[in-house]
Write a protein that binds this ligand. Structure first.
Ligand code: ADP
Length: 514
């Protein structure tokens, strides 16, 4: 058996995946590698294998302490000499570790980026033979990514300090800007860039309009994932607790998880979630990076994720065992507006946040297969999946050009100062206080949009926002403007085609058979 095979079997597997082998070969020949593969794509096996094949100590950095300690425990169980250098170690433990390093008793050394860049640590490592550096979750290095960690940006000094040691950067993102900023920051000019398919075909995608969201969730839990383990993502901490206690009242085993919880409670809930199959974890995105639980069967988004990458990462926590898994994202116009408002108000990163969000909106509102939409964001082109909600629906679409022209003209006439809810009332010819307050009965478009329902008007607005036929004001006060793209619609040069609305069914609490 050759060394590569031997190492693979020590790590508990029988076959490398094609990209893993390519990355390992490159590292073993001393070349830097940038490996972009989705969560669950088997990235850890690459640096673990190469680290065991090459002589010397492989140094691995990751932003998440829990992830590192989990990996080290697992490796130790397999009889592999891996250690985790962290700040919670007492001086005695640190001495033991140094002793073990000096006596060649360590193959893989995990530490945090903060620790690694300390001059004393760099100096210490200099006296040993280092086989490679692995920078996990390398998108943390990029200001452009979703998880920027300033201390990561100092990792560029590794190349200067150890010019002959190969570096592998690993990321679950393929966003071009992020990739080039990783390359630049880590000084990986001639690295081999390997990109795995981001298609996780065992994960089913459903995206639907929100209507009585709690009852929609009940339908999902009852009909699509009865008794199964899954995660429900919400934006606010309060909401995770509310939803989780509501589920418990209904007799469904549920826990919550968010950043403001006590460390011990987080740990307990995480552990229970792993051990007790059938538990529903209601969490903010704090329950995220590095969660590797094979039997998560579903992920529900009760609120919008921040970007396509975040959406992808979050749904990617389902089906990590390769078995079928289901996802459901519920949203509506209101969610889009709120998310946009929040993004705009980010003091340092408004432009970036809005950019990510608009990319997400385009996936939600785009025509055709959901999986195609999502993967095209990652520059991958695949055939229609035939099992997302779009592929399974009647695939009907409507030409909404005239409706869009009416909406855009009304926005123009009202100077973009009125909320969408009022604009819809005007088009439907409603006689409400809000309508009379702005004397909208006198507007030429008053009552001229009765051919559509309120729900359809909302879908027109969502589409116009997603594809930038409307510009939302860049301040906290609601304003909306027409722009160059809207003019082209108004002049009839651009057609607006919108897929039919899809509502996910509901199940009332009293219908739930306990
Ligand atoms: P990532 O770091 O890319 O998120 P992991 O390294 O955690 O992914 O791997 C995800 C899962 O795939 C793990 O359960 C791992 O054991 C499994 N895996 C990785 N490589 C292989 C392989 N070559 N053969 C079988 N299973 C693998």
């Amino acid at each position: 058996m050759n060394l590569k095979k031997l190492v693979l079997s020590r790590l508990g597997h029988t076959e490398y995946r094609p990209l893993q082998e390519e990355a390992i070969d490159a590292l073993c020949s001393g070349r830097d590698v940038l490996l972009a593969a989705p969560t669950g794509g088997g990235k850890s096996l690459v640096y673990q294998s190469a680290g065991l094949i090459r002589s010397g100590i492989a140094v691995i950095v990751s932003p998440l302490l829990s992830l590192m300690s989990q990996q080290v425990d697992e490796l130790n169980r397999k009889g592999i000499n891996a250690k985790f250098l962290n700040s919670t170690m007492n001086p005695g433990e640190q001495d033991d570790l140094v002793w073990a390093i000096r006596h060649n008793h360590i193959d893989l050394l995990y530490l945090s980026p903060e620790k690694l860049v300390q001059p004393s640590v760099i100096g210490f490592l200099h006296s040993f033979d280092i086989s490679l550096f692995a920078v996990d979750e390398a998108h943390c290095i990029s200001q452009w990514g979703n998880f920027f960690r300033p201390e990561y940006s100092q990792l560029g000094q590794l190349k200067d300090a150890f010019p002959n040691v190969p570096i592998i950067a690993l990321t679950g993102t393929v966003d071009k800007q992020t990739i080039s900023s990783i390359q630049e920051s880590l000084k990986l000019e001639n690295s081999l860039i390997l990109k795995n398919s981001f298609d996780r075909s065992n994960i089913n995608l459903q995206i639907a309009q929100k209507r009585k969201a709690k009852q929609q969730i009940l339908y999902f839990l009852h009909h699509e994932a009865p008794g199964q383990t899954g995660i429900i993502y919400c934006r606010s901490r309060k909401k995770t607790e509310e939803i989780s206690s509501w589920l418990r009242q209904l007799g469904l085993p549920s826990l919550s998880y968010h950043a403001a919880m006590q460390e011990q409670d987080k740990q307990n809930n995480h552990q229970t979630f792993i051990e007790q199959h059938g538990t529903i974890m209601v969490a903010t995105t704090a329950y995220g990076m590095g969660i590797d639980i094979p039997h998560v069967r579903f992920v529900i988004h009760l609120d919008l994720p921040n970007s396509p990458e975040a959406y992808f990462q979050e749904i990617g926590r389902a089906g990590r065992d390769g078995q079928p898994a289901k996802t459901l994202l519920l949203y509506g116009l209101q969610d889009m507006l709120q998310a946009q408002q929040l993004a705009v108000s980010q003091p340092l990163s408004a432009e970036k946040e809005v950019h990510h969000l608009v990319n997400l909106f385009q996936i939600l509102e785009g025509r055709g297969c959901r999986r195609q939409q999502l993967l095209s964001h990652f520059d991958e082109s695949i055939p229609a999946c035939n099992y997302c909600d779009r592929c399974l629906s009647t695939k009907s679409e409507h030409n909404m050009t005239t409706a869009s022209q009416k909406m855009l003209s009304l926005i123009y006439h009202t100077k973009g100062l009125e909320p969408f809810a009022l604009l819809i009332q005007i088009l439907l010819g409603k006689k409400t206080k809000a309508v009379s307050a702005v004397r909208a009965e006198l507007l030429p478009l008053y009552g001229k949009g009765k051919e559509l329902t309120e729900v359809q008007w909302k879908s027109v607005i969502r589409h116009l926002i997603a594809f930038k036929y409307l510009s939302i004001g860049e301040s906290n006060i609601f304003t909306v403007q027409i722009n160059e793209k809207s003019r082209s619609v108004l002049q009839g040069k651009t057609q607006i085609i919108i897929p039919s609305e899809h509502y996910y069914p509901i199940l009332k609490e009293e219908q739930l058979a306990l």
